[in-house]
Design a binder for this molecule. Structure first.
Ligand code: TYD
Ligand code: MG
Length: 454
């Protein structure tokens, strides 16, 4: 007997079930909160059925009897990708690769598939967005030979899982989660209920079969994986692929990783033959630097466990209109507003009639306050129209009082800076450590101004 799966529309706020979709929850009155889910079959937990459930389920295991890391990770040999995952793909894990359209997610995963096949790891590339011809065209451009990769043009979840099982695939790539749908639900592909159900089923498939599932998830401009933010909690690993689509650098960042450290980044360059790992990101990011232009300063940011040198550019120009513009790329605009206010009030550098543009080169995004001092130096240098000395790197957090505070991992940042030819560092006067180069202690942003004016 075939039992049809029943779906319900459940309110995400109060949990009330509705047989049909509605714009408003009848129970709590919230709007747009109903999400379609598969209804769980109800049953009475009598003693007998409980015993049966225990017999059918898993046995408790003593932790010291669990084999440590039994199955080795699958390497793609795409070094930066393996590195961000924490040393390759974990069998049975589910990874989501999020990113804006056009950033290179399909390219990245096709390259992974090609490399996995080259190492005799059976891989299935499910393409719900593009035809096999389109995938073939992309494959032709790549430096990897992708001929052995099996492509499945399919959007129905049941077929995807059936084919993956039939093939015995060790890695299944689903491009994308937003085009995959389950027949058990009525909603259109891409809606929250569908995305959640498909991800949950694929997760179960991964755990049961031991195959790794790599999901592509599109991200809206705002930066969330479209709709299903809940996916991030379900999957083992969440990677974001970022960068300026106009520039060549792409940054793969782990924001969640059950099998490795988070905030680890891998840097790639988009070339005519696909994505190339950038082995030396610091050198790459500094390669376009013009040492004689005012408004440029370099900092060493910790990206996960690695220090990376990053150039910050600032341009302050007389504003033509009433309210001056503040534009920040790769930097939080509120942080920029704070630093401008600190410079204005604590170091008497006026910005009120200037448009200010700040740009972090290489498509990187500064999240650490450790780069404050470099931002301030770039701003100051632009206003005064004097270049920052080219052999100087800036490391310091700036407080509201204008005080400069020490940063973490200072020694490792300085070693990286020295490796790339920097000879002096502006650091907090309160900073410790055993610096491998000349350091210039800065207690307050006003000191910085004096030092740079020299
Ligand atoms: P794609 O992988 O389709 O992005 P996504 O899946 O994230 O939407 O990449 C699209 C861009 O990458 C497209 O603008 C073309 C460019 N590209 C190259 O520059 N070189 C290449 O070798 C390939 C395959 C793509
Ligand atoms: Mg794509």
């Amino acid at each position: 007997m075939v039992r049809r799966v029943r779906s319900v529309h459940r309110c995400a706020d109060c949990g009330a079930d509705h047989p049909k979709w509605a714009g408003r929850c009848e129970s709590c009155g919230a709007w747009n909160t109903l999400v379609e889910e598969i209804a769980a079959p109800r049953g009475r937990a009598s003693e007998r059925s409980r015993a049966r459930a225990a017999a059918a389920g898993a046995d408790p295991v003593r932790l010291d009897q669990v084999a440590a890391d039994a199955t080795p990770r699958l390497l793609t040999d795409l070094n930066e990708f393996d590195f961000v995952l924490g040393g390759g793909i974990v069998p049975g894990s589910m990874v989501i690769v999020g990113g804006e359209p056009g950033i290179g997610k399909s390219t990245l995963l096709l390259q992974c598939a090609a490399r996995l096949e080259a190492r005799d790891t059976t891989t299935l590339y499910v393409s719900g967005e593009e035809s096999v011809e389109q995938v073939r065209l992309r494959a032709d451009r790549l430096s990897e030979a992708a001929g052995r990769v099996r492509v499945l043009p399919e959007v129905r979840l049941d077929s995807v899982i059936a084919r993956a099982e039939q093939l015995g695939a060790r890695v299944v790539i689903v491009d994308s989660i937003q085009t995959t749908y389950s027949d058990d639900l009525e909603g259109a592909p891409g809606n929250v209920g569908q995305v959640r159900e498909c991800a949950a089923r694929l997760m179960r498939f991964a755990k049961e079969s031991g195959a790794a599932v790599l999901l592509v998830g599109h991200v809206t401009r705002g930066g969330v994986i479209a709709g299903p933010k809940t996916l991030e909690h379900m999957v083992d690993t969440v990677l974001y692929f970022e960068g300026e689509t106009t520039g060549d650098f792409r940054v793969l960042r782990a924001v969640k990783n059950r099998f490795g450290s988070v905030d680890e980044v891998g840097v790639f360059e988009m070339s005519a033959a696909g994505l190339r790992p950038v082995a030396n990101p610091s050198a790459a990011f500094l390669s376009g630097r013009d040492r004689t232009t005012p408004g440029s300063a370099v900092t060493a940011a910790m990206e996960g466990t690695r220090p990376v040198l990053i150039e910050i550019q600032a341009l302050a120009s007389r504003s033509g209109y009433g309210t001056p513009q503040r534009v920040a790329t790769g930097l939080d605009h509120r942080r920029l507003a704070v630093l401008l206010a600190v410079l204005e009030r604590r170091a008497q550098v006026p910005f009120h009639d200037l448009d200010v543009f700040v740009n972090v080169t290489g498509g990187m995004r500064l999240v650490e306050p450790a780069s404050d001092l470099a931002v301030v130096a770039a701003l100051y240098s632009s206003v005064r129209d004097r270049p920052v000395p080219e052999d100087v790197v800036f490391l310091g957090e700036v407080g509201l009082g204008g005080e400069v505070r020490p940063v973490s991992s200072i020694d490792r940042r300085l070693v990286e800076a020295q490796r790339l030819g920097f000879q002096r560092a502006f650091v907090s006067a309160r900073g410790g450590g055993r610096p491998p180069m000349t350091t210039i202690p800065i207690a307050h942003v006003a000191d910085l101004a004096n030092q740079l004016a020299r």
